[in-house]
Design a protein around this ligand. Structure first.
Ligand code: SF4
Ligand code: SF4
Length: 167
């Protein structure tokens, strides 16, 4: 049987946005509207994630085998729009994702992209083929990002430290 982690529950409920969690009455409108729940036949389930967070069932949310429970969400915001109780689902899921990153459990496709932004200040590096195509279409050159400035901003978020934990 899963153990209730009161401290974890408190951490979410004490957050200014996380406290909307308490208003969930499990109507499942969010899961019915969620595109990821639909394409995964309910393997990803926002209603269940909200319930597990509300009950403080941390072990059902975190851990490598549970990565899809949190990271399956594409942050499309549909659930927020349909929730009759105005539960801030995507913000709550962001709190959970941040906790997952702190635990060193974020999937490699996320940390890999974060590493790219940290190194090059861009999620997707510019490629010669794209530049050629832009020239052909008469589009202006894309300005190079200020890598140093981005790195300074990211250092305030301790991103490098968090990514390092994953290696
Ligand atoms: S739609 Fe809102 S109230 Fe209904 S289960 Fe989802 S989070 Fe809870
Ligand atoms: S934000 Fe996430 S949980 Fe909400 S509907 Fe979109 S994919 Fe589903």
């Amino acid at each position: 049987m899963a153990t209730i982690d009161f401290e974890f529950r408190k951490q979410i409920l004490e957050n200014s946005i996380g406290d909307t969690l308490a208003y969930c009455y499990q109507c499942a409108t969010c899961s019915g509207a969620c595109p990821v729940a639909q394409v995964t036949q309910g393997r990803y389930n926002p209603r269940r994630l909200i319930l597990d967070a509300l009950l403080g069932l941390k072990e059902k949310i975190f851990g490598e085998k549970n990565a899809f429970v949190i990271w399956g969400c594409t942050v499309c915001d549909t659930c927020d729009e349909v929730c009759p109780q105005k539960v801030e689902l995507t913000e709550i899921f962001t709190i959970l994702k941040n906790m997952s990153v702190e635990r060193g459990e974020a999937p490699e496709h996320y940390t890999g992209q974060a590493r790219m932004i940290l190194e090059a200040a861009k999620a997707i590096p510019m490629q010669p083929a794209i530049e050629r195509r832009r020239d052909q279409l008469g589009l202006p050159k894309i300005m190079a990002p200020d890598v140093k400035e981005i790195q300074e901003l990211l250092s305030a978020t301790r991103l490098a430290e968090k990514i390092k934990k994953e290696e």
